[in-house]
Design a protein around this ligand. Sequence first.
Ligand SMILES: [Zn+2]
Length: 254
Amino acid sequence: MLSAGWRALADELALWRDAGDPVEFWWRDDDAAGPAPALARLLALSANASVPLALAVVPLGADPGLLAGLAGQVSVLQHGTDHRNRAHAGEKKTEFSGAEAPRAAAARLAAAREQLEAQAGDRFISVLAPPWNRLPPPLVPHLAAAGFRGLSRYGARSSAEPARGLREVNAHVDVIGWRAGRGFAGEDASLAVAVKHLAAKRTGAADPREATGWLTHHAVHDEAAWTFLERLFETTRKIPGVRWRGARDLFYIS
Ligand SMILES: [Zn+2]
C-alpha cells in the first residue's frame, strides 16, 4: 500500500512520462569533514544504488583521509571555506556576510578552492555550495574569477547563469527537518516538496531544465532518513524516464 506521498510522486512522474519528458534528479550531501561511520554508510548507499553523489566538503575542515577514501560515482563540491557563521546583526546564518567586501570573500574562496582541489584531485568540480545556502548577491559576479564554474544553492533557480561563466543548479528537497529536532523531515513531507518542484517545472512556473536536487546531511541522518533514501533510489531507478545525473554532467555542460 503506497502512502499519499509515494502516490503523489508516482502520479507526477506519470505526467512527465505521458508528455515524453525525462525527469532529472541529482543528489547533494553537505558538511562532509572526515571519515565517519555515517559517511561510510552514505558512500555505500551511493554505490549500492548506483546513484551519483555530489559531496559538498568544507575545505578548511577536511581531513585528508576523507578525500583519499572516496570511490565510485562521487564528485567533490566546495562547501564554503571554513563554515564559520560570520553573520552580522540582522543577517541569517551565513559564512559570507554582506558586510565583507566581495573581493575579500572571493579571495578566501579561491585560496580554499586551491587547497581542496589539490586534495580531491580528479573528483573535484569547481562548484560552490555555500554553507546555509546563502551568498550575498554582490559576491556572485566574482565567483568565476575565483575559479568557480558552478553554484548550488537551495530552491528553484531564477537563472541558469546567474553571472557570466557560472552555471547554477540547486537542491530543492531537504530531507532534514531542521526546526523539528534535526531528524528526518518525513516521507510525505519530503516527497511533497519534490512533487511541488516537478509540478512547477512541468507547468512553467520554474525552469524545466533544472534537475531536481535532493539535499542530505549524512552526519544527522536518523534511521528513518536512511530508510527513506534507500527506498527513494530503489523506487525511482525502476521508473522509465527517470535519470539520476552526476554533478559533473550538470555543471560542466559547455
Ligand atoms: Zn553546511
